[in-house]
Design a protein around this ligand. Structure first.
Ligand SMILES: [Zn+2]
Ligand SMILES: [Zn+2]
Length: 315
C-alpha cells in the first residue's frame, strides 16, 4: 500500500477524488474486474486521506491514529460510536487494536458489544463503541506498564509474579495478570502457591480471610509480614475450613476485613493453638483465625485465659 502523503489539503483531495471518480465512471465498461478493483482501491485510499485531512480541520490533527481515535471518543462520550466512524477518524483498518490499547495501556473504559457486561444497559453490537468515562483509570494503566516491564525481565516466573505482587501490595490482582506477567508460564498457579508455601508471602484468596474477593483474584496483604516456616505448610483445604469455621474473623477481637483502614491495616492469619514446634498438628481443630494485632499479642504471652476458653470450644 502506498504511503500516505501528508499535508494534502481538503480541496486538493476533493478535486483529485472527483477526477478519479469521473475516470472510473467514463471507463468502467472497458475495465476488467481487476482494473475496477484497483481503480476503486485507489479512490478508497484517497477518501481515507480526505477523512484524516477533513477531521484535522475540526481540530483533531494528531498524526497518530490512536490519538485521533482518543480525541474523537472524548469529543463524544456517552454516545454510541460505530466502528466505521473510527475507521474514518483513524484512517486505518486496524482501529480495534488501537481501541484495545486505549483500554489496557491508557485505562480508558470503552465498552463494546463484544466485551460489555450485562449490567451496562446500552445495547451495543461488536463493532460499536462507547466511552463510559472521560477520565481514564490511571491505576489500570499503571499496572499495565508494570506488568510489561516485569515480564520482559530475565527473572524466572516465580520472581516475576512476586515482583508484580510487591508492586501491588494490598491491591487485588487477577489470575490473568499473574499469567501474563509470568510470560504465560503454564505453571503460574503453582509458582504463585510456592510464594506462599515456600517463601511465606501472605497471599490471600476468597477462601483465606478475604471473602470480598472473587474467584481468580489474589491479594498480597503485606510485604512486612512473612509467615513462619511452620505456618507455610498448612494445606489449602485446612486453611479454607478454618477461615470458614471462624467466619473470616479474629477469634479474639472479631476483627474482619470490613474494618480494614489505612491507619489500622491488619490482616487475618492462622495461629496454632498447640505450637507447631511442640508437635501441634496442621489440623483445623489446632488452628484458629487471629488478626495480625492479636496474633502478635498472643505470641508475646497475652490473652492466655481467653485462648484456653477457645481451645475448649474447638474440642
Ligand atoms: Zn501463631
Ligand atoms: Zn484480633
Amino acid at each position: 500500500m502506498a504511503k500516505r502523503r501528508q499535508h494534502e489539503s481538503v480541496e486538493d483531495l476533493i478535486g483529485l477524488i472527483d477526477r478519479k471518480l469521473a475516470f472510473f465512471g467514463n471507463n468502467r465498461s472497458q475495465f476488467s474486474l481487476r482494473d475496477k478493483v484497483l481503480c476503486l482501491a485507489d479512490i478508497f485510499e484517497k477518501v481515507k486521506d480526505l477523512g484524516v485531512s477533513a477531521i484535522a480541520e475540526s481540530g483533531i490533527n494528531s498524526k497518530a491514529a490512536r490519538e485521533r481515535i482518543r480525541l474523537y471518543l472524548l469529543e463524544y462520550p456517552d454516545t454510541v460510536i460505530d466502528g466505521i466512524e473510527l475507521a474514518v477518524v483513524s484512517g486505518i483498518a486496524d482501529y480495534p487494536r488501537r481501541i484495545r490499547e486505549l483500554r489496557v495501556e491508557h485505562g480508558y473504559q470503552i465498552a463494546t458489544g463484544a466485551s460489555q457486561d450485562p449490567e451496562f444497559g446500552v445495547d451495543l453490537s461488536p463493532d460499536q463503541y462507547f466511552l463510559v468515562s472521560v477520565e481514564p483509570d490511571l491505576d489500570a494503566a499503571r499496572r499495565w506498564h508494570i506488568v510489561n516491564r516485569i515480564r520482559k525481565s530475565a527473572d524466572g516466573s516465580r520472581q516475576k509474579i512476586l515482583a508484580f505482587l510487591l508492586e501491588n501490595v494490598g491491591k487485588v490482582v487477577t489470575t490473568e495478570e499473574l499469567y501474563y506477567v509470568s510470560n504465560e508460564a503454564k505453571e503460574f498457579g503453582r509458582r504463585t502457591r510456592e510464594l506462599r508455601t515456600e517463601n511465606g508471602y501472605m497471599i490471600a484468596t476468597r477462601f483465606t480471610g478475604r471473602p470480598d474477593l472473587k474467584s481468580g483474584q489474589y491479594i498480597l496483604q503485606s510485604d512486612q509480614r512473612i509467615a513462619e516456616p511452620h505456618d507455610r505448610q498448612i494445606p489449602d483445604s485446612v486453611q479454607k475450613e478454618v477461615y470458614s469455621r471462624d467466619s473470616n474473623k479474629c477469634r479474639l477481637c472479631g476483627w474482619s476485613i470490613k474494618r480494614w483502614s489505612n491507619n489500622d491495616p491488619r490482616i487475618l492469619e492462622l495461629h496454632h493453638i498447640e505450637h507447631h514446634k511442640q508437635g501441634g498438628p496442621n489440623t483445623a481443630n489446632n488452628l484458629i483465625v487471629l488478626c495480625s494485632k492479636c496474633h502478635d499479642e498472643v505470641h508475646s504471652g497475652k490473652h492466655k485465659a481467653i485462648l484456653d476458653r477457645i481451645v475448649k470450644q474447638n474440642d
